[in-house]
Design a protein around this ligand. Sequence first.
Ligand code: C2E
Ligand code: MG
Ligand code: MG
Length: 824
Amino acid sequence: MSTETAINILIIEDIKADVLMIERHLRRNDIAARCIWAASAAEISNALERGGLDLILSDYNVPGLDFQENLARIQKRFPDLPVILISGSIGEEEAVEMLKLGAWDFVLKGNLARLVSSIQRALTEVSERRALRRAEEGLRLSEERFQLAMCGANDGLWDWDLKSNQVYFSPRWKAMLGYGEAELQASPFTWVNLLHPDDRLPTQKRMGDFLKGEEDRIELEFRMRHKDGSDRCIRAPAFLTRDAQGRPERLVGTHVDVTELRRNEASLRQAAAVFTTTLEAVFVTDSAGIILAVNPAFSLISEYPEAEMVSQPLSLLQSGRDDPALYPAIWREVEASGAWQGEVSCRRRGGDVFPAWMSIALVGAATSEAVNYVGVFTDLSRLKQSEAMLQHLAHHDPLTDLPNRTLLHLRLEHVLDRARRDEKRCAVLLLDLDHFRVVNESLGHGAGDEVLQIAVNRLRDRARQADTLARHGGDEFVVVLEDVPYADDAATVAGSMIEHLAAPCRLNNGQEICIGASVGISLFPDDGDSAEQLIQHAGSAVSQAKGEGRNTYRFYTRSLTDEARRRLDMEAGLRRALEQGEFILHYQPLVSLTDLRVEGVEALVRWQPPGMELIPPYQFISLAEETGLIIPLGDWVLREACGQMKRWLDQGLRIDKVAVNLSPQQFRLANLKERVRDILQESGLPPPCLELELTESTIMARGDAAEGQMAGLKNQGIQLAIDDFGTGYSSLANLRRFPLDKLKIDQSFVRDIPADPAAMEITATIIAMAKNLRLAVLAEGVETTAQLDFLTGRGCDSCQGYLYSRPLAADAFMEWMGGGVRKS
Ligand code: C2E
Ligand code: MG
Ligand code: MG
């Protein structure tokens, strides 16, 4: 045998000659060997210690050495080191015993021929043993590695033998679903039964398709029921082995619990969706404040594209308008408490500065992750704008953008506070456009709006910077003048505003119109102490200005208020007077000029409040008209006059009629005719004994309906007279169509007879024309015989006046009648 490398042999032998003999034999048989000789236990130990031995050849009888003991020791330390027994004296049985104890072979010293083959066998066996052991070790290691890997991965293992239909489930597989090692049957149904009901069919179908197909690998994902009733999400990769015919034989796979993973993925997806879709800007920075990520809203608000912002410091957003101490304070707070929020001033990429509500939070400090800051901010500018807008809208008139009534009051109170403190005078001008209603009604609201805007522009021109100009409503404006030493100053401003407004203005439709204005002025502290009072008093003054011809201004005076208060008292008094019967009638005789006979009386109302002076009608008739009280009052007068006349007739008084004044309001009543009829019937007075007096304006105000209304009365037999003739604008010809009986010439013409030739002329003409129209004529207010003579001379039919008698109470009139007609 030839060996390429020399083998190391330990020869245990006490006789040197034998050693040499063995060496010679080996050499002769071409065995390259390095031989070490040991003759004692110590030498053996040394040799073993040095190592590198391939083989031991040992004599059985070495003095001082027990072979058996020695063999056992060697085998224990080097199980793969072959020990071949070489002996000359050992018996057959003993040799067999030694082989049993572990000697590899037995060779007789006298017959070394077997030695070479024995050595070769031993060496071959050793190398085979080593290979096997290596293989075993490799297997063991790989098994161990696999077990460790499974444990480390925390995956469950299953192994399905498709031939026997047995499934092995690893303990971890079972534990994953809450079961113990002894639980669950080793059957594929165990797995199917534990599948989530919704996943059972689709999973089984996929598995079936896979087993029928060509693929060797599959990866499934499904939900399984945990023993505690919860669902676990399982990922199951598996590998299929096939038999020689290619039929599926065994399916091995793992179960990985991905419940948490999927849950995290879902929340990550949600977080990502929030991140991208939220309207709030979101950013993430590293610990140094360098931007790592921004969301679309961030770019929208800041105008920085994502690519431009990432890697930039967050401080890029700072506008520089915040206190420089703010930012260090913010970061200190974030470090200390983990979060901060508040308002900061930011700058957009375009330079625009905007307020932002920002919150910053520290992330990752509690874990070993890197520290990040996550920030969220909203742009407050819109919010602030709309807040300001709402504020503005609540306090401004949308058409003219002037302060409205609310803001006016606030400002005026403010001005008054200052004026009070500085002891200064200020003025409130209430300006009312003249005839604005006419513009609105005839040209439309668009034109009305336009006029208002033009007016406002002109008023702004005339107001001083410090003055408040406000829209008080409709066509009313208020100007507050601060520091007005003299009332004249306010008048000057008012005058200049009126003048400026008076210039003609051209509207968009080309129409040219003139805006006039009336102004009422109240002064602080003279006319009032509060905004409320001053505006109210300026309002009274403007009414007066309007009443006195418009396009002018008036100051509020105390008497204006007194007048208003008096009227209020009077109204309450009138209501009470009606209820308590405080009205009385006086009667003034109507005297015929042809025979000086008393042909009738005119009933004239008076108010007699208990214990007070008699109040004449001019003091309360117009108020009664304004308040509507004239209707019940008129009814009372009519009833009283008819009743009195009837009593007089019954007493044998020889007069023809009673004349009663009818107010425009009464004349407007749709049921006037019925009311009058009822009262006549009630009193029993024949209708021809009643004469109703209407003024020209009463008739004209009724328009076309006047004719019918008069006919309704006339048809009952009632007499109709036109009162105060000459004060209106109606021509006599115009009156022709009305069923009138009498015309009463107004006393203003009579008064000037005979001094004024024009008055005489007019009176004469009226008489002539009335005659022409076949109307009876009566002259009112005859006080002198000169007047009487003139009227008689011109053919006037009758008269009434102080010349004969003042209006008298009923009793006084009876007495007067008893005395016969005489000139007083
Ligand atoms: P009127 O209907 O024109 O009444 C005539 C007024 O002239 C009366 O004033 C009468 O006193 C006055 N008068 C008569 N003769 C003379 C005279 O010689 N010289 C002067 N200066 N005046 C004279 P009175 O009673 O104060 O009534 C004033 C007005 O009050 C009446 O004017 C009438 O318009 C209205 N009035 C009076 N009573 C009533 C009534 O019951 N109903 C309605 N609706 N109006 C009435
Ligand atoms: Mg009258
Ligand atoms: Mg009259």
